[in-house]
Ligand binder design. Sequence first.
Ligand code: NAD
Length: 369
Amino acid sequence: MGLSRREFSKLGAMGLAAQMLPSVGVAAQGGERKVGYAVIGLGTIADHFMRGVLASPNSQITGLVSGHRDKAERIAAQYGVPKSSIYSYEDMDKFRDNKAIDAVYVALPNSMHAEYTIRSAKAGKHVLCEKPMSTTVKEAEDMIAACKDAHVQLMIAYRLHYEPLHLKAVKLIKDGALGRVGTINGAFGFDAAPGAWRLNKTLAGGGSVFDVGIYVLNASRYLTGEEPVGFTAVASTIDQDGRFAMVEENVSWTTKFPSGTLATGSSTYGTQMPGYFKVFGPKGWIAMDPAFNYDGMRLRAKFSAGGKGVPDIEIDESNSEKDPAQFTREANHFSECVMTNQRPKSSGEEGLRDMKYIFDIYQAAGVKL
Ligand code: NAD
């Protein structure tokens, strides 16, 4: 569609909307206008996203960018993308003239996020970029500047910002269920296979905090609604099989927030570490376990209801939505932002803050990036 809803209604008032419609590439499925996405990089997370988009009322896949033409043609057939809307990394910039592509979803290894975000913005496309935003703070700043200059929206794909149980945990804390938050514990990691690009510092930017620790770090910020004022951290490598020649195996850190809340997080590429968080306050606790999966979230809590002799409030709730529901919610939000010209909840600035904190954590751990 290439125009915000506001701009579009303005054109309507001028009698121009009807004229624009055929050329602005809005899919008119069931009469609904949809934001068309070109997916850049057709790996694991792109598959989740594309399946999620199928259930979105305001989004659709209209282009693909890949280094593997055969794979792209197979996926294009699946999603009804014309062959003429398949691009290579080299000729991707030509999609500037493809009116069916309003936005891109950048699903490449971390080190490529900045280049493909900036090129997409320069081609006039809105950008939904995977986390971590980039591999350096400077890249993240450049991405924000490029999107601002091109007047396109930039969102970082923090899918849990849109997940109902995470939002419920945030609300419970904000409403004072725990009194105040004293401490938070969380962890997320996995035993990485040798040869994975995540273990290659050039492509990943650094170790597991970039990839999985970021979930724990980001959760500590949205759960408290505060920004860190300092970090302590340690890193270690136990396994000497060669996997950790470029990045560390384990990291643990503690964040201090202005209120005095302390959040301790761990992440790893060397052990099995299912993601969870637990939040403690004088009135009780809230736990999410699993916390960071694609589905199956479970929120438990126990906190005082107030009066003496009144039984504690206990919560045990699971989200029964199945993968790729989180990606549908994420796409819905970004498409809505594109259509209404609003800044996404998980904006580029949000991604930039995490990039700064990731560098703080590694610096505190004595790991040179
Ligand atoms: P992946 O390895 O499955 O896919 C990466 C894609 O990039 C592949 O299609 C590959 O062909 C392409 N590519 C292009 N150049 C490449 C190169 N030089 N080396 C390796 N691949 C190259 O990775 P993924 O798990 O889909 O991760 C992609 C991005 O998504 C990463 O930034 C990651 O942090 C992020 N991610 C986010 C989530 C989430 O839940 N939001 C989950 C997993 C990954």
